[in-house]
Design a protein around this ligand. Structure first.
Ligand SMILES: O=C(O)CCC(=O)C(=O)O
Ligand SMILES: [Fe+2]
Length: 521
């Protein structure tokens, strides 16, 4: 979803400001035109009224005779010309220009935004009515949805073949429209979608009832008339098959009330979503062993200001480093990434979906002195934190997740079959370890979760997560499979520092120890 990234939405707000300004100017211009026409019509009226007081006297006066003729010729021509003036043309041209030169969401973006919202609804088990009232997990935000907004969410779901969400949102639209003073959508439009998605869910008679209700409101509705005939004949056919079978076996109606496929097909989806909701399942044995400690690596400087480490899981070891990126460094990293983030997107390899905006800060980027220092300091800090060499590490990779932005479960290391293309040619080896800096707090959602071990790491500005992706033998640790949960409220900024195998020989000598079970071969 290209348009869920914060930066895109910011530009969209600027575009909207331009549109509002243009619309206001257009309305003013139309009003000026109407004011002028009003002035003309008033003059006509008063002259005409005067004439009608005494018609004979009026037309026998040569001046009146002249002005009457003039009013009906050149004056009237002016009126007609003014009436015909297309005030809107220039303003419409302006709008076309904005659409061509500025970032402008299209129908695909609207669909993406709707999918993002329904994803949040599923992941965080949000109740439709609460969501429509602007409540997220009991927190009331100012925004609310109108009946028309709910209808549009239903319509987008419908177009995606997702009748499960169509029904949820059309029902909500129905409830909302009944309590709206100025109705934002026609009830009959809602009924039509409602009836068809109910049919898709297998309830023929309810679909027929709703269609009849629709025909009471709009008796000539042609699609509804067609559907009525179809539902009635289907129902009749069902009754006949029932009679033939002579029992009450359930009918083989085209039932389609499951969630769409992509909600089900991913490994451990339920578990992943439960973790995202904060229902962690880390084993009590592991949890009781977790400690917080200071790390100084016998380094005299670090002894003065040791790293504060929190263990989040053991085997695989997941660490949280506290206070390892300053606000100034965060601002630098975001600012360097921002201009490039606007159109950059990440494609999810499993779903092909566009996920988030991301950007790699490159060494060759022209950096100001303090920016250069910040980037170098961050790299040095990662070296101090991990004790690993930065010689083969990748550049800092920046990701911004907007509302609904997420990253499906994945490994950071390359599997054996991917290795050749991935990192071998670079001469850096596989990604031995990951340092993930959190560059923002996230109001709700956005955890980094490890479904196979039941750990969830919650973003906190200035902290960093750290783990080894590979066993000392060089084999990938399947348990490090992880995901970024969708952002429910707020915006999430992270940056990754991926550290590679080569050059680590003296820092993390490899052993021949094999993993207990190689799930990734
Ligand atoms: O954003 C996160 O929490 C995780 C990001 C991640 O896994 C990645 O970029 O590889
Ligand atoms: Fe990752």
């Amino acid at each position: 979803e290209v348009f869920t990234a914060l930066v895109d939405l910011e530009e969209s707000l600027e575009t909207e400001a331009l549109l509002i300004h243009t619309l206001r100017n257009y309305i003013n211009a139309e009003e000026q035109k109407l004011d002028l026409l009003r002035k003309y019509v008033d003059i006509y009226q008063s002259q005409h009224d005067r004439a009608m007081e005494d018609v004979t006297e009026y037309i026998s006066n040569p001046i009146n005779a002249y002005t009457l003729v003039k009013r009906l010729t050149t004056d009237w021509d002016n009126v007609e010309a003014l009436m015909a003036t297309q005030v809107s043309t220039d303003y419409l041209n302006n709008i076309t220009f904005f659409k061509e030169t500025r970032m402008f969401p299209n129908n695909e973006d609207l669909n993406g935004a709707a999918v993002a919202l329904t994803r949040l609804q599923d992941t965080y088990k949000l109740d439709t009515s609460s969501l429509a009232r602007g409540e997220l997990n009991g927190v009331k935000y100012s925004a609310e949805l109108t009946a028309a907004d709910c209808f549009e969410l239903g319509r987008q779901s419908y177009n995606n073949g997702d009748y499960y969400h169509t029904l949820l949102w059309m029902k909500e639209a129905e409830e909302r429209v009944n309590s709206e003073q100025n109705q934002t959508i026609n009830y009959s439009d809602i009924l039509e979608y409602l009836a068809f998605s109910i049919y898709k869910q297998g309830d023929l008679s309810l679909a027929l009832t709703l269609t009849n209700k629709l025909l009471e409101i709009v008796p000539t509705h042609s699609r509804a008339l067609g559907n009525k005939i179809f539902y009635e004949s289907e129902l009749e056919r069902m009754v006949e098959t029932k009679k033939k079978k002579g029992d009450d076996e359930s009918e083989d109606v085209n039932v389609d009330n499951d969630q769409p496929e992509h909600y089900q097909d991913l490994y451990g989806k339920d578990h992943y979503e439960a973790l995202c909701r904060g229902e962690t399942y880390i084993s009590p044995q592991v949890e009781s062993k977790l400690k917080c400690r200071y790390l100084s690596r016998n380094d005299p400087f670090l002894k003065l200001a040791p790293f504060k480490i929190e263990e989040a899981h053991l085997k695989p070891d997941l660490y949280i480093f506290h206070d390892v990126m300053s606000d100034a460094e965060i601002e630098t990293v975001k600012r360097l990434a921002l201009p490039r983030l606007q159109r950059a997107t990440v494609q999810n390899s499993q779903t092909g979906e566009l996920e988030t905006a991301q950007y790699r800060i490159s060494k060759s980027a022209w950096l100001k002195e303090h920016e250069h220092k910040h980037i170098a300091d961050i790299s040095q800090r990662v070296e101090d934190m991990t004790g690993l060499s930065m010689k083969t590490a990748e550049e800092l990779q920046v990701v911004n997740y907007g509302i609904g932005g997420h990253y499906e479960p994945h490994f950071d290391f390359a599997r054996r079959d991917e290795m050749k293309n991935a990192f071998q040619t670079l001469g850096t080896g596989n990604r031995i370890a990951t340092v993930l800096f959190y560059m923002s707090d996230v109001a709700q959602g956005g955890a980094t979760v490890f479904p196979m071990v039941g750990a969830a790491l919650w973003p906190k500005k200035g902290t960093a997560a750290f783990w080894f992706n590979l066993y000392p033998s060089g084999d990938g640790d399947a348990q490090t499979r992880h995901a970024a949960c969708p952002v429910l409220a707020g915006s999430k900024w992270v940056s990754n520092k991926w550290i590679h195998e080569y050059e680590q020989e003296f820092r993390r000598p490899c052993t021949l120890e094999r993993p207990p079970e190689d799930l990734t071969a």
